[in-house]
Each structure stands twice: as structure tokens, then as C-alpha cells.
Design a binder for this molecule. Structure first.
Ligand code: PLP
Length: 514
């Protein structure tokens, strides 16, 4: 009897345990931030632009938050503009600087490992005539300063260099970058989103012109960002309208989010003190993973000074990241992959490719990012699950290569094709023939309609979401589950002949209420 209880408890622990190891994607809100935000939401709803007392109170809270952000990054408060997110900060800075200098000067030099909010804005600016060049990085993602020196010329108006990369954690020598830019009269934008709260930030000491930040990466709320604009550096508003943010960013301020951002910044010193503990947990993690899979490759720089203390990018040769992540999710562990499968494309990460990984290696890479709530037990649990998986002690979801998905499988009566694509992808692309469409956010509502006596082939746009759902279905007792590797995107590319001939035929939309 006792053993039964023990087994049951083990079952509960295993399936209820949540280990969040994706702090570079976002962080939980700290208690201090939550309390401050709740106060703001409850009492301080006055419009900060209103002159009466309630408005003045709200305006005061925003100024307090601005001071807190300025303290955390070593800026003056009037150099901090609140935005809705760092994506907006990066857009605003890049577009404003380009509008200021182009066409008198034409060139921006950046790095190939920027966040998409920079990469895609640069791609847009290229369509407007701006010349964008990327300074090479080495196999750890370090910007080649000698190359940068050769590339920055009199026609360069901006050097845009991410301080710490979100995928590998590599930290750049931003002071050296600024020195090179300054020597040719170019301005500097640095994306500090991942760095704040993990390493010290001093925008004045570095002498940068622009720096972007986001509250949700440091235990603050989503929906609050900031742009540092050095006094005297050119800036024209991205959003036009009211006179908020000294006329530099129109729109009624999101008081509670801004208050939350300020509160998160009050905790930056505390977070920096935790960095050593997180760093040693990461070392332990690396050591265990190397024991488990000796041929694993660490893509993050191993020197502490060159890498964020919490970030590890690791490649497990021969182990597809989508399957590994799906299985980890099944055991309550959240990590992320170095491929942009969430965008619906089976495209390996541009960052991993820039540091020299092959497409295959990028698809065998995961990112583990620890937080101040991560414990040694979390690391032990995570590594144990990885070990069990690699030793074949956890039952796998079958993976079907896109090239193998042929007419025999598509029209096999024993095959139930489950389409878990989001609605926008269904609008863009026709799906597999004979598919059954469900709402991917509420798969639990369709369980009764899924067959236990057939093979279920699950597919999504890029192969990432479907593998998570595949493991979920396995946990719900469906034994014969196959996941389409690389998703519809990969199949469309590999079997365009079949896509042309059959896509969209005989699709059934399942009703969640049945
Ligand atoms: N820059 C980096 C390096 C990031 O990691 C992120 C978020 O992942 C962003 C910019 C965008 O931040 P936000 O989510 O606030 O738009």
C-alpha cells in the first residue's frame, strides 16, 4: 500500500513539476514588481497628462520609474524614453537615425547576430536605400574588432551592435566598438535587452548613443520597454500624437507597466549579486551534460567574462532539438530551440548559422537560460530527464522526415492526420490532404474525437509546436503518435510536387464541442 502511495506521489511530482529554463524568452514577475503594479492598477488610474491631483500622482510615478531605470543603466532620467517594448525601442532608434542621416550618409554596420527586431528593421531600411553591412563574428559570436575597424568609414552613420546575444549569451566589448565608431564619426546603438540584470550596464561609461531595454527580461511586466538616447544625439519620434514623453513618444502611458519596469530596475543590484550563484549552477549543468553526452558542443563562450551567466547554447549531435524539447515539455521542463519554428518556418537560427553551425547542427541545438528562481534540484531534474531520454528510457514520439511523407502515407486509411497549425498559417497555406484541423491552443477539447486505433500524424507550420502536442497526446494515452519533422514548411519545400497536387483536399474542421 505504502509503495503504491509512493509511486503515486512520484507520478504527481513528475507530471506536476514545472522547471522553467527559458528566462531569456521572458521572466516571471517578481513579488516586489507585482506589489507595485497592483498598487498602480488599483489606485493610480489618473491620466498622467491631466493636471489635477490624480493625474499629477500618475505622472509622478512615471518619473519615479524613469529615475529607477536611469539608475540601473547609469543614465540621466531625461535620457530615458519609455516605449511599449524593446522591439519598438530598436525600431524607433534605427528608423530615426536613418531618417536623420540618409542620404547624406548611407551606411549602417551591424552584426549578423542581432535580434530579429534589429535584423528585420535593417532589412526594411535597406529597401529604403540604406546600405547595411554585417561585421563578421568568430565561432563564439565575438565581433571581429579588426574587421569592424576596416568596415566603418566616413559614409557610416551608425554602428549597431547587440551587447549580449539572446541565443548564446555572448557579450561584446561595446566600449571598443564605440571607440571604433567614434573615430569615424558614427553613432552607436546597442541592444541591452538580455544584459540588464545579468551584467552591469553603464551607458555613459560606454559612450553609446542609443540603448534598448525591455522590462519582461528582468522580472518585470511584458509591454514596457525603454530607449536610452544620449543627450544631444539625434532622435525624432516614431509615434506621433500627444506630447507624452517630452514629445518623443506619443500615446497615453501604460502606468502600471512603467511602474513595474521601474520596480524591476530597483532590484537590479540584487539580481547582479545572484549572478555568481546562477553562474555556478550553469557550470554544474554543463559538467553534467558533458558527462551524459561527451560529444556535445557548447556554443556559448566558456569564459565567464564573455558570456551571460545564465545562458547556455548547446548542441547534442544526432539529437533533434524538436524531439528533445517536446519530451522536456512533457516532463514540465521549458527550454527553447535555436530555430525559429514558432515563426512557422523550418529555418535554422541566423545566430547559430553566423557562428558557423550547419543547418543540421542548429536543429540539434537547444538554449537553456537559468533565472534567479532556478535551483540545483531543477538542474538535477532536467539533466536526469535528458539522460533518460538519450539512454532511450523515455518512450519517443516517432519522427517522420518530410521527404518520407508520400502518397502511401497521406492516403493510408490507418493514418489520422492532425493539423495543429494556427489560423494565420491556415490562411497562408493549404494543409495536408485528409487533415483534421483543431485549435492548437485547446487540443484538450478534441481528445474524444481522436482515434486510439489509428496512427496519428501531427503537424504544424515548423515542426516545433506539433512535437509538444505529440508528447501531450502520448501523455493522454494515445500510443501511436508520429510528428512531421520540420512541419508543413519543410514538406512544402521537399515535396512541392505532392503539395501542388493534393494540398487542401478533403480537410475536416473538428468541432470542439462534440
Ligand atoms: N532584443 C533582444 C536581444 C531580445 O532578446 C528581445 C526579446 O526577446 C528583444 C530585443 C525584443 O524585446 P521585446 O520582447 O520587449 O520586444
Amino acid at each position: 500500500m505504502e509503495i503504491k502511495y509512493f509511486e503515486f506521489a512520484k507520478y504527481l511530482i513528475r507530471f506536476n513539476r514545472q522547471v522553467y529554463l527559458d528566462h531569456n524568452a521572458t521572466t516571471p514577475i517578481s513579488d516586489h514588481v507585482r506589489n507595485k503594479m497592483n498598487q498602480a492598477l488599483k489606485y493610480h488610474y489618473g491620466n498622467p497628462s491631466s493636471f489635477y491631483g490624480m493625474g499629477r500622482k500618475s505622472a509622478g510615478l512615471i518619473e519615479e520609474a524613469r529615475q529607477n531605470v536611469a539608475n540601473a543603466i547609469h543614465a540621466d532620467p531625461y535620457e530615458v524614453i519609455f516605449t511599449a517594448c524593446a522591439t519598438e525601442s530598436n525600431n524607433a532608434a534605427l528608423k530615426s537615425v536613418a531618417a536623420h542621416f540618409y542620404p547624406q550618409k548611407k551606411k549602417i554596420i551591424s552584426t549578423p547576430i542581432e535580434h530579429p527586431s534589429v535584423m528585420n528593421t535593417l532589412a526594411y531600411l535597406e529597401t529604403q536605400g540604406v546600405v547595411v553591412e554585417f561585421c563578421p563574428v568568430d565561432d563564439k559570436g565575438r565581433v571581429q574588432l579588426a574587421e569592424l575597424e576596416k568596415m566603418v568609414d566616413e559614409d557610416t552613420f551608425l554602428v549597431c551592435c547587440i551587447l549580449a546575444n539572446n541565443e548564446t549569451g555572448v557579450i561584446q566589448d561595446i566600449k571598443a566598438v564605440t571607440k571604433i565608431a567614434r573615430a569615424r564619426g558614427a553613432l552607436v546603438l546597442t541592444d541591452c535587452v538580455q544584459a540588464l540584470g545579468k551584467i552591469p550596464i553603464d551607458v555613459h561609461d560606454w559612450d553609446v548613443d542609443y540603448a534598448s531595454f525591455s522590462a519582461h527580461k528582468l522580472y518585470g511586466p511584458k509591454g514596457a520597454g525603454a530607449l536610452f538616447v544620449k543627450q544631444g544625439s539625434p532622435f525624432t519620434p516614431f509615434l506621433h500624437g500627444g506630447h507624452q514623453e517630452s514629445g518623443l513618444r506619443a500615446g497615453t502611458e501604460s502606468i502600471h507597466n512603467i511602474v513595474g519596469f521601474g520596480a524591476a530596475c530597483q532590484e537590479v543590484d540584487k539580481l547582479l549579486k545572484h549572478a555568481g550563484r546562477i553562474q555556478s549552477l550553469k557550470r554544474r549543468l554543463i559538467q553534467r551534460l558533458k558527462e551524459i553526452k561527451p560529444d556535445c558542443v557548447i556554443n556559448s563562450p566558456e569564459a565567464d567574462s564573455e558570456c551571460l551567466p545564465n545562458t547556455l547554447s548547446i548542441t547534442f549531435p544526432g539529437v533533434e532539438n524538436s524531439g528533445l524539447m517536446g519530451m522536456l515539455d512533457y516532463r514540465g521542463i521549458a527550454v527553447s530551440a535555436g530555430s525559429a519554428c514558432s515563426t512557422g518556418e523550418d529555418t535554422p537560427s541566423h545566430v547559430l548559422k553566423a557562428i558557423g553551425l550547419s543547418d543540421q547542427a542548429a536543429r540539434e541545438t537547444i538554449r537553456i537560460s537559468l533565472g534567479h528562481d532556478t535551483s540545483a534540484r531543477d538542474i538535477q531534474y532536467m539533466t536526469q530527464v535528458v539522460e533518460d531520454y538519450l539512454a532511450g528510457r523515455i518512450s519517443f514520439v516517432n519522427m517522420l522526415a518530410p521527404a518520407q511523407l508520400n502518397e502511401t502515407i497521406l492516403f493510408n486509411k490507418d493514418m489520422f492526420i492532425l493539423d495543429v497549425r494556427p489560423p494565420d498559417d491556415r490562411k497562408r497555406f493549404k494543409g495536408l490532404p485528409n487533415a483534421h484541423e483543431v485549435n492548437p491552443l485547446h487540443v484538450e477539447q478534441y481528445l474524444k474525437q481522436l482515434p486510439h486505433d489509428k496512427q496519428i500524424l501531427v503537424y504544424c507550420p515548423g515542426g516545433g509546436l506539433s512535437v509538444m502536442i505529440s508528447y501531450y497526446l502520448k501523455a493522454k494515452g494515445f500510443k501511436r503518435i508520429t510528428n512531421l519533422r520540420g512541419g508543413l514548411d519543410a514538406w512544402r519545400k521537399r515535396r512541392s510536387d505532392l503539395y501542388e497536387k493534393y494540398a487542401g483536399q478533403n480537410v475536416t474542421v473538428l468541432d470542439p464541442d462534440l
